[in-house]
Design a protein around this ligand. Structure first.
Ligand code: EPU
Length: 449
């Protein structure tokens, strides 16, 4: 298993272009199962989770063709395949995204139950409840979700889901992938579906926009109430293709990496509109993302949906309170990264995790680097220290690992971050990006220190 060896203490300087969003791209790819015409996506990131989704779609009878610059065309050609095998889904929870599209377009699905992961149990009860409301019959068999749409009303016709009024809220708010699944299924259902307490995450909005470009009728995207009028069939994407939104979590991660090193970094393709809560917390800490026009000149207008920003950081970092919440609140996927930044703030900060209350795998590792953190249930109190010190660390979660890399970039001496395959799931060649910004970071193949 590869490791990163990082010698900290160098301010990052330069420009990074933010890639397409992993968490948007996975359900976007699954949506290709809804049509027998080609779906062409642009700006698909080169990540192991994306490659796993490609394997899954290949096993489900899709032809996949990758072009240059993150172009990926997915063409469902064998609609008889409905089995999402455990071997693939266990490596990538987002495999569950194929359930709704398979059920809607092919009338049935047999999808491996994804199981838990390092950040918690990760149930899928809301996905199943939503699909059942659309008329699906769902049973569990040998670790697989077996789902069937209601039989055709006329003999020989296709099985078809039926529109319904659905409440998708759970104990911790809505469900992002659950909303993607139910929305993707409802677009081909008979009649109208209303989803209440739908996820407002920008990635789910992106899925809705793709579906609309394929002929779906959806209103209310980005709000907790979606109305979907079912259509008979969907076409492929327009010939020019569909651009995947920029990755707001990658953007926030590099922003915090720049801030903790007191560097001077410009982030291009930065999705300002999707990061309101994170930018608000960072502003209070003393970190801002100032809009810049291409070429570095000051712009006339503020940063728009995807723009270039230049990170500015005050000498002293202020401690703040952070509570993770569903969008538009502070994203859980940036919790570990902001905690790393707060380890060097001037005072006591509090971070509360409300989406995945056990998502604190980075805490014990940050302690090994000299951080002062006390965890009480779903909260952590972080008492800022003058410096972090390099150490061998490991985290069994993607974002926790990103938090450790951020801490290592500022730490005195050498840090080895073990098991970086977690990072490879969500960050495209992170070491190359950071090297280009002047960080001393090397990938050591197969090493476990
Ligand atoms: N939940 C239920 N029942 C369900 C589904 C979810 O109780 O059926 C609960 C979860 O346990 C959690 C909350 O609802 O407490 C929210 O979970 P959600 O379903 O929204 O998570 P997800 O859709 O499985 C996506 C991202 C995660 C991100 C969460 C929250 C992808 C592939 N994954 O997961 O991203 O943390 O939304 O925003 O889109 C990551 O990228 O590192 C990552 C974990």
């Amino acid at each position: 298993m590869d490791s990163f060896v990082i010698n900290g203490g160098r301010p990052l300087r330069g420009t990074v272009r933010i890639n397409g969003s992993k968490n948007a791209c996975l359900p976007l790819m699954a949506a290709a199962l809804l049509t027998d015409q080609p779906v062409r996506l642009l700006g698909v990131p080169n990540l192991s989770d994306i490659r796993n989704m490609q394997r899954l779609l290949d096993s489900l009878g899709c032809d996949l063709t990758a072009g240059g610059d993150g172009e990926l065309t997915i063409h469902g050609t064998d609609a008889s395949r409905v089995l999402a095998h455990y071997d693939i889904v266990r490596t990538m929870r987002a495999g569950i995204c194929v359930l709704g599209p398979l059920l809607a377009a092919r009338g049935r699905a047999r999808v491996s139950m994804p199981g838990g992961c390092a950040i918690g149990d990760r149930p899928v009860d809301l996905h199943l409840r939503g699909l059942e409301a659309l008329g699906a019959t769902i049973t569990l068999d040998a670790g697989y979700i077996v789902a069937e749409a209601p039989p055709a009303e006329t003999p020989g016709g296709p099985r078809r889901l039926r529109g319904a009024h659905i409440f998708l809220g759970g104990p911790n708010g809505s469900t992002a992938l659950g909303t993607a699944n139910v929305m993707s299924a409802a677009v081909l259902a008979q009649g109208t579906t209303v989803i209440e307490s739908a996820a407002c995450e920008p990635e789910i909005e992106d899925v809705g926009r793709l579906l609309i470009s394929m002929g779906a009728k959806i209103t209310g995207l980005g709000s907790p109430r979606l109305t979907i009028q079912g259509v008979e069939s969907l076409r492929g994407t327009p010939p020019a293709g569909y651009p995947v939104m920029p990755d707001r979590i990658e953007a926030g991660t590099y922003l915090m990496a720049a801030a903790i090193t007191h560097g001077d970094v410009t982030l291009e393709n930065f999705p300002t509109d999707t990061l309101g809560a994170a930018l608000d917390r960072l502003r209070e800490i003393g970190v801002t993302a100032e809009p810049v026009a291409a070429g570095g000149a000051e712009p006339d207008t503020p940063a728009s949906a995807a723009d270039a920003v230049r990170v500015a950081v005050s000498r002293r970092l202020n401690p703040v309170q952070v509570v993770t919440q569903p969008h538009p609140g502070f994203p859980t996927d940036l919790q570990a990264q902001i905690m790393a930044l707060l380890t060097l703030a001037d005072g006591n900060a509090i971070v509360t995790e409300k989406i995945f209350p056990d998502r604190f795998l980075h805490v014990a590792e940050l302690l090994r680097m000299g951080a002062k953190i006390t965890r009480v249930g779903p909260s952590a109190m972080i008492t800022g220290v003058r410096e972090l010190v390099g150490a061998p660390v490991m985290a069994s979660d993607l974002r926790a690992s990103a938090g450790l890399v951020i801490a290592a970039l500022a730490a005195r001496g050498q840090t080895t971050v073990n098991r970086v395959y977690h990072l490879d799931r969500g960050y495209e060649q992170m070491e190359t990006t950071l090297q280009a910004l002047g960080a001393q970071i090397e990938r050591v193949p197969g090493g476990s220190v």
